[in-house]
Design a binder for this molecule. Sequence first.
Ligand code: OOG
Ligand code: NI
Length: 461
Amino acid sequence: MTENDFMSEHDIRTAFFQAMSQMYRTEVPLYGDLLDIVDDVNGKVLAGSPDLELDLRRRGELDRLGQERHGAIRVGTAAELSMMRRVFAVMGMHPVGYYDLSVAGVPVHSTAFRPVKLEGLNRNPFRVFTSLLRLELIDDHALRAEATKLLSQRKIFTDRAIALVEQFERDGGLDGESATEFVREVLETFRWHSDTVVDSETYEKLHDVHRLIADVACFRGPHINHLTPRTLDIDAAQEEMQARGINAKDVIEGPPRREVPILLRQTSFKALEEEVRFNDGANGVMGTHTARFGEIEQRGLALTPKGRALYDTLLDAARGEEGSQAHNYEQRLQEVFARFPDDLNTLRQEGLGYFNYRLADSFKPDRIGVSDLEALIAGGVVEASPVIYEDFLPVSAAGVFQSNLGGTEQRSYSATEAQADFEKALGANVADPFTLYEAMEAASMASVRAALGAATASDKR
Ligand code: OOG
Ligand code: NI
């Protein structure tokens, strides 16, 4: 079979994302409301700002916006995690970043599966935040053993899904028919099951140790727990959520509102209390479980390690002793972040963010006389636009976990981060996000240099 008979990984990802979105819309109707809100807000922002629309179009970001989502799942074992990695690889999604959430009282560590190159990101930047339960952090040995046993008994992938992954790995791709079947089979893994695999007493015991353990160990599979669209104005989206009576969180996670959006701002509505059936006796007994919720996010400039260090310092300062629950938190956040430069030139010149460089549309070879990048940018020959942050933020993720687990209790685990253990379970190393952003910036710079070089060369002829 030639390579041309294979469906591209980007197309498989898009097909899978569409199937997932459709499924989640039927499972959680509020998700459809969020999509409407985000569509509305994005339409208004673009209509009110033709410059932004032009900018997004030139950067190749406009098309991806309408279908940009991230989701999240939680798996229970190393075997589940490594199979998940192989499944996502079929869709051109690879593990990026390591997030230790134990410090925030959630016994998991995580990575994000996503496309790693600009072409894939611009085609469809679907990401799935994937967490692995850390039973080793649970002190109660009997319960730990119980959860381990439950997890060892379940099979979260269909036989066909596994066979198709093996086929992909063997042949180097999937033809259209196999890819369609792959999408259908893999979707099963993410489906919600309202029948638990335990009786109510076992559920309660696991739930009391940590809600998250119950969410993972008491179900047949890692149900997708949210699917987040990207908005161009999260404050407007948040207002609209509240206006429609959606039970949104009070605080937007991440940096404050700014001229130049940085990193990631997120808000969510609280977890749904859903009916489940425990397998007590012949007919089971009904109860409830909270796991699934809705979230909206706004993405901005990807920060360099220097920019990120400043962000972390300022966020710490704003959260302070009173914590993020304080009434004046937003105001304090604004005040503290006044120290973070808020115009593109300063952010770039101080090396706080990553940028994509391109020749201006108006570029004419006869106009170049200088080779200094700053002069070329100042002269409008070269344009620098923000590289968009494609990843997650541990403090925000912890906040998201806390609210979507439905509880307010604070716990902490005396764990050190365990990236090596995580990678062993995953069966691969996670990519370093900074390295990926830096490579994007360098590639854009190299193509600008090449184009300028070619222009200078043809000039001299
Ligand atoms: C994942 C929470 C993290 C985000 O946007 O930071 C997340 C989870 O609740 O499983 O999705
Ligand atoms: Ni999320």
